[in-house]
Design a protein around this ligand. Structure first.
Ligand SMILES: *Cc1c(COP(=O)(O)O)cnc(C)c1O
Length: 390
């Protein structure tokens, strides 16, 4: 059987045709969510003032084992605020993988800085730390504690790794490179709530980490995000700039910075609170689904399931299978075939440097990102799918 037929056969065997269509990731909403949102409505707090925002922040911090969480309107806003508070802006470059969702690079641009694309590791899709070290050695100079890109003259001011599909890259290796060059790590953990990467939860290895609660993420608030950190003073400053930088006072309007209105409304936080209470169940269901996919594709001739890296416990936000060789035409044909049958699989993202908006941005050579983009196919991964497994 060819790759296209094999994919469809395996999916149809695992997930019943009667329950199609299977979207890539659907939210799981029930009585608890209704009760929490009604609570917020009954109390009359729909906007940012309201106890659910605080409860949601406390629940997130506890779930991730960090000391503080700051709720904001989106994952992109979380990343933007993290970059700003680090003092990153014009004349800076920020390293990030080319193989990511556009929001990672967009947030860097919003801060005034320039995204600088680096390559990924083939096994865990994280930044390839060894390659990065060699690359920095070739292109950068340490000058008074500043990392200067000799070609552009700009400062390289930080690294934004992305925990793709909920998997952690080798964060210890990345931390060693970051420390050697004095660069802060700001984690894009938007896909990794509930994951543990070799002892690290989001926000515990970087200066801070961004979460997203968009409708397709593991926990949703409709739309929203949060910043996690173990630095409580930093959390206070983040809360401040995301709350229009208004100094607390019963009636006076004094703002000590040009701040942002990035506060998460209480109505959304109430929904998120219910969702976080169910995080353990979601991760459990998604890990059962992942085990079933790995089993179902174990003997496949054309597809290899992507597994969590050794020593890591992933939330398996998205399950993925890989072709042995890059073949965009074959990937497209396979997608067309399974879509027609109601299995709404997706490719990975177009690597950033191949988008017109980011062509010409500074970058390393990106053979792994380019190859993976033409090999990866993401599978339907909603928690509800675990209920169809025999
Ligand atoms: C979802 C996502 C974001 C952005 O989150 P929003 O809440 O949609 O702004 C950023 N980076 C990655 C890798 C994502 O998957």
């Amino acid at each position: 059987m060819d790759a296209t037929g094999e994919l469809r056969t395996i999916l149809e065997r695992l997930l019943p045709r009667e329950a199609t269509p299977y979207q890539l990731h659907e939210p799981e909403l029930g009585e608890l969510e209704k009760a929490r949102v009604m609570e917020a409505l009954d109390e009359g707090f729909v906007s940012y003032a309201g106890r659910h925002v605080t409860l949601f922040e406390e629940a997130l911090a506890k779930a991730c084992g960090v000391t503080a969480a700051v709720a904001v309107v989106s994952g992109t806003a979380a990343l933007h605020a993290m970059l700003l508070i680090e003092g990153i802006g014009r004349d800076d470059e920020v390293l990030c993988p080319a193989l990511t969702f556009a929001a990672t690079a967009n947030a860097i641009v919003h801060s005034g800085a320039t995204p600088h694309f680096v390559d990924s590791a083939v096994d865990d899709l994280g930044i390839d730390a060894e390659r990065l070290e060699a690359y920095l050695g070739r292109i950068a100079t340490l000058n008074d504690g500043r990392v200067v890109n000799r070609a552009s003259g700009r400062c390289i001011a930080g690294i934004v790794p992305v925990h793709i599909f909920g998997h952690f890259g080798d964060m210890d290796a990345l931390k060693r490179v970051a420390d050697r060059w004095g660069l802060p790590i700001l984690e894009d953990a938007t896909e990794a709530l509930g994951s543990i990467g070799c002892g690290h939860t989001p926000g515990s290895i970087g200066v801070s980490a961004a979460l997203s609660f968009n409708g397709n993420k593991i926990v949703t608030t409709g739309g929203g995000g949060a910043i996690l950190t173990n630095d409580t003073e930093l959390a206070q400053r983040l809360k401040h700039i995301t709350t229009t930088a208004k100094l607390p006072h019963p009636w006076r309007f004094v703002h000590d910075k040009v701040g942002y209105n990035y506060r998460l409304p209480n109505l959304n936080a109430a929904l998120g609170l219910a969702q976080v209470e169910r995080l353990g169940d979601f991760v459990g269901a998604k890990r059962r689904l992942a085990a079933a996919y790995i089993d179902a594709f174990a003997d496949a001739a054309h597809w290899r399931p992507l597994r969590e890296p050794q020593g890591c416990r992933s939330n398996y936000w998205l399950n993925a299978v890989l072709l042995p060789e890059p073949d965009m035409a074959l990937l497209e044909a396979a997608l067309q075939n399974v879509h027609a049958a109601g299995y709404k699989c997706r490719p990975c993202w177009t690597p950033m440097h191949q988008l017109e908006i980011y062509a010409g941005h500074p970058r390393d050579e990106l053979p792994v990102a380019e190859s993976l983009a033409a090999r990866i196919l993401c599978l339907p991964s909603s928690p509800r799918l675990a209920s169809y497994l025999s």
